[in-house]
Design a protein around this ligand. Structure first.
Ligand code: SAM
Length: 292
């Protein structure tokens, strides 16, 4: 099989026409953030990409500092160019990987998965190697140091990102399933467990880094389809646990349709939260939601 799935999937991270198509959505999301912010000292955008979903011009005019954080530096540069903000001294770009899996590890995984699905020999060995590689990657992301500094930012945004961080392993698997027409879930349970770790670590690091308001947005599901979205499920579950434990305060929420692509729209839930410093430090000394 000649198709290089991982490299093709990477190219799909950039959505052509998103700036234009998401205009109304971007306007409502930005309005929600501005209306719910009380201190405009700084705002960090985690998974900023090209900022097609948040109006950078509005943020730049309201906040003293706007920090874009993403694995993809070239997208962020295109983003500030798109808003004619290249020369703004209020904007900072930070390249950061929230996960810690190398491209070479995705390629190793793809090689094994293709061998498992498309050759008739050594299936038992490929199966064992896939599971063992997934175990190694799980241990690796568990140990990956993810921290942005305590109270480094006054406000932060984390929208549409949880579902995108650990997508490649599952997509490579699903594409091979589609091609073969098989229904094999060998890797899926392990990938779901990885998503638990990823969501918990990312939430912990972003919450720790933010002094005042946090604006989270994640997919409730695809419009017109049954079922939840991987990554978003785990993000919500983690936030619920933090709310139940009193580690975060909840201020408001709203739902909005994200016109992601012409054939795929997501129902998004947006929430505004803040960390409960007193309870975090004193009343729940035994509840640990740290990044490890
Ligand atoms: C769907 S986009 C979010 C929308 C984005 N703000 C926009 O307007 O296009 C998800 C973002 O997460 C980033 N991302 C994916 N995996 C990441 C990782 N491991 N570390 C940091 N950022 C990552 C992508 O580069 C992308 O910009």
């Amino acid at each position: 099989m000649d198709l290089n799935i991982f490299d093709e999937l990477k190219k799909l991270q950039t959505i052509a026409g998103a700036y234009k198509e998401w205009s109304s959505y971007r306007h409502k999301v930005t309005e929600y953030i501005i209306n719910n912010t009380t201190d405009f000292e700084s705002i960090a955008i985690f998974g900023a990409g090209k900022c097609n979903d948040i109006d950078l011009n509005i943020l730049e005019s309201k906040f003293e500092k706007v920090i874009l954080i993403d694995i993809d530096m070239s997208s962020m540069k295109e983003g500030i160019n798109q808003y004619s903000l290249v020369d703004s001294n209020k904007i900072e770009l930070i390249a950061c990987d929230f996960l810690g899996i190398e491209d070479s590890e995705y390629r190793d995984y793809e090689y094994l998965v293709k061998k498992y699905f498309f050759t008739n020999t050594n299936n038992l060995s490929s199966r064992h190697k896939i599971l063992s590689l997934l175990d190694d990657l799980t241990a690796k992301i568990n140990k990956y140091p993810l921290a942005f500094g305590e109270d480094a930012y006054k406000n932060s945004i984390l929208i549409g990102v949880h579902s995108q961080i650990n997508v490649y392993l599952q997509r490579i698997w699903s594409i091979c399933l589609q091609i073969t027409g098989e229904g094999d879930n060998l890797a899926i349970e392990k990938i779901k467990k990885m998503n638990d770790i990823v969501a918990k670590k990312l939430n912990a690091a972003v919450i720790e880094s933010t002094k005042d308001k946090l604006f989270f947005g994640y997919e409730m599901g695809m419009e017109g389809q049954y079922g939840r979205i991987e990554g978003a499920i785990q993000a919500e579950h983690d936030l619920e646990l933090r709310l139940e434990s009193g580690l975060i305060n909840f201020s408001s929420e709203f739902k909005l349709l994200w016109p992601f692509k012409s054939d795929c729209k997501y129902v998004m839930r947006f929430i505004c939260i803040s960390k409960n410093k007193v309870l975090e430090d004193e009343e729940f000394p035994n509840v640990h939601f740290d990044a490890q």
